[in-house]
Design a protein around this ligand. Structure first.
Ligand code: ADP
Ligand code: AMP
Length: 215
């Protein structure tokens, strides 16, 4: 069983590294941000409930996100493990995840904290592009797509609506106020693995794999 969690500020590289780790381990990436964006795009009730919070860079209420994750982790592909990316983001979310896993005799193996200083975050986020069909994450400068506005296979590249200078500042404030307390929470549980998220993407991947015992 490989049950892993990524935490770190917005734009730290959680999605980028989670995609690589999942490919290596053969377990699904569970990104609450991706799930909420899909719900918004489809215009579901959940998507409408999350819409305003996401546009402002605030966290969506715990009960909404917790319900989503509980349903997702019950699907068969998560039976042998998962990499959670962007969840939990509050202490109540972390406690609810512990309870959920405890009920099925599972527990988190590692919590990876990707550390990147605020000064680098805005540039990372405003340069982010995401493949429309594959969800592959690029950066116009640090991980450039093969064509100026197309990804591999010619897919269109999207810029997230909340990846603006202004909204990033709210997202960073939400991180400090609501998510940073998870560092103490998971340190106390003996699960926290700190990984320096500054440096080339491949180097961060190597440091990440080392931190969780993958050679
Ligand atoms: P998160 O999921 O934590 O919000 P992403 O994985 O989407 O972050 O990364 C945010 C942006 O930073 C993307 O454009 C990505 O290509 C870029 N990025 C990721 N890792 C690095 C790195 N080590 N160095 C420079 N840019 C990076
Ligand atoms: P992300 O894709 O992880 O950057 O998340 C984008 C946005 O989705 C966040 O700014 C929040 O509004 C919302 N979101 C994602 N995950 C969570 C979560 N675990 N709790 C609350 N809101 C979330």
């Amino acid at each position: 069983m490989t049950d892993l969690v990524f935490i770190g500020p917005p734009g730290a590289g959680k999605g980028t590294q989670a995609q690589r780790l999942c490919a290596r381990l053969g377990v699904p990436q569970v990104s609450t941000g991706d799930m909420l964006r899909a719900a918004r795009k489809m215009g579901t009730e959940l998507g409408r409930a999350a819409d305003d919070y996401m546009a402002r860079g605030a966290l969506v209420p715990d009960d909404v996100v917790i319900g989503l994750v509980h349903e997702r982790l019950a699907l068969p592909d998560a039976a042998t493990g998962f990499v959670l990316d962007g969840f939990p983001r509050t202490v109540p979310q972390a406690k609810s995840l512990d309870r959920l896993l405890g009920r099925i005799s599972r527990k988190i193996e590692h919590v990876v904290l990707l550390e990147v200083p605020d000064a680098l975050i805005v540039e990372r986020i405003t340069g982010r592009r995401v493949g429309e069909t594959t969800g592959r994450i690029y950066h116009i400068k640090y991980d450039p797509p093969p064509f100026p506005d197309r990804g591999e296979g010619g897919e269109r590249l999207l810029t997230r609506a909340d990846d603006t200078d202004e909204v990033v500042r709210s997202r960073l404030a939400a991180y400090s106020a609501q998510t940073a307390p998870l560092v103490a929470y998971y340190t106390n549980h003996g699960l926290l693995r700190r990984v320096d998220g500054v440096g080339a993407v491949d180097d961060v991947t190597m440091a990440l794999f080392r931190s969780i015992g993958i050679t």
